[in-house]
Design a protein around this ligand. Structure first.
Ligand SMILES: [Cu+2]
Length: 331
């Protein structure tokens, strides 16, 4: 696929001016970014291979920040930079992890199952049964005292071990769960935040435990703007009147409220529990370690921003507009 990257933002340029430039650039390149609908009855993998590695990401403020990341090496794919895996509910799954990090890790399907500790430089297997159909986060097991949406949140000493898992319904239909909402396309948008003081000492003999945790870098699918605006898994593309499922998830310690420009979206599940109590909304709360699924049915064509409502999360160490800014592109 050929798509020229959008113009890089100039810090200091006005937001309106910048988004205008961006929209006109994308108009040319957006054709062909449509995600293929899932072919039903496609056999799904039950083994997922991951390597845990040290990487670095270049933010557009000029900072190269270290991350600990999972890299897919079999059985799954990627959405943006982050590994993605899908299997059918009820299936037995083995996740084989080659831990090349200088620290031990303990994998978890957040809120569902926790795996064995895997020492630095060793491999291990995390086996679990796929939970009921829905959207899940896969990462490092949180300390016991944390909870999924309330109370104290783990103070990170590393960041970036983030992945997403979709449990597919046994019906084999393109629906969220058996008999649940159907959709024409789907996307997954996973948010993270990082405090550069922690990332810069990860893996060293004296990792920073700087408190308070003050995130200053923000990503969506492991990408920061403008990279997020040239990634086909991160640009929410579709056509007028389609039902576009967006699976939001948040690994960041910061609670995010994801804001739509141009559209309202219907919440359908929160943490995989059906929830139709809200009317369509333009802002969707996604707390730490939770998933929220929404269906967007576009009523107008155009290119619009989709971003955390907190302005901090749309910056890279204060430079705007970088950070966890994504786009919706409707034709
Ligand atoms: Cu906005």
């Amino acid at each position: 696929m050929t798509s020229s990257p959008p113009p890089r933002p100039t810090p200091g340029k006005s937001r309106r001016e910048f988004l205008g430039t961006l929209a006109s650039g994308l108009g040319v390149s957006a054709a062909g970014l449509a995600a293929a609908p899932r072919a039903s009855a496609r056999p799904l993998a039950t083994t997922w291979n991951l390597r845990a590695v040290q990487t670095s990401y270049d933010f557009a403020d000029g900072t190269a920040l270290p991350f600990f990341r999972f890299a897919p090496s079999g059985g799954g794919g990627r959405r943006g930079q982050l590994p993605y895996f899908e299997a059918t509910e009820g299936d037995a799954v083995d996740v084989i992890i080659d831990n090349q990090l200088p620290i031990a890790l303990r994998p978890a399907l957040i809120g569902v199952a926790e795996g064995p500790e895997i020492a630095a430089g060793t491999s291990g297997v995390f086996s679990f049964t796929m939970p009921p159909a829905g959207s899940y986060l896969f990462g490092h097991a949180p300390p016991r005292f944390s909870s999924r949406s309330h109370g104290p949140v783990a103070h990170p000493t590393h960041s970036g071990l983030s992945a997403s898992v979709t449990s597919r319904p046994t019906s084999g239909q393109q629906e969220l769960y058996n008999g649940g909402p159907t959709f024409d396309r789907e996307y997954g948008l996973i948010y993270e935040d990082a405090d550069s003081r922690i990332n810069q000492t990860m893996g060293g003999t004296t990792p920073s435990r700087t408190k308070p945790y003050e995130p200053n870098y923000f990503t969506v699918n492991g990408l920061a703007f403008p990279d997020s605006a040239s990634d086909p898994d991160t640009i929410v593309s579709g056509s007028l009147g389609e039902d576009i499922l967006i699976r939001f998830g948040n690994f960041g310690r910061m609670r995010q409220s994801i804001h739509f420009h141009g559209y309202h979206a219907q919440i359908v599940t929160q943490n995989t529990v059906p929830d139709a109590t809200m009317p369509p909304k333009d802002t969707i709360a996604v707390p730490y370690h939770t998933t929220v699924d929404v269906i967007l049915t576009p009523n107008q064509a155009g290119v619009y921003p989709l971003h955390p409502h907190s302005l901090t999360a749309v910056t890279a160490n204060g430079f705007y507009p970088l950070g966890a800014l994504a786009l919706i592109d409707i034709t």
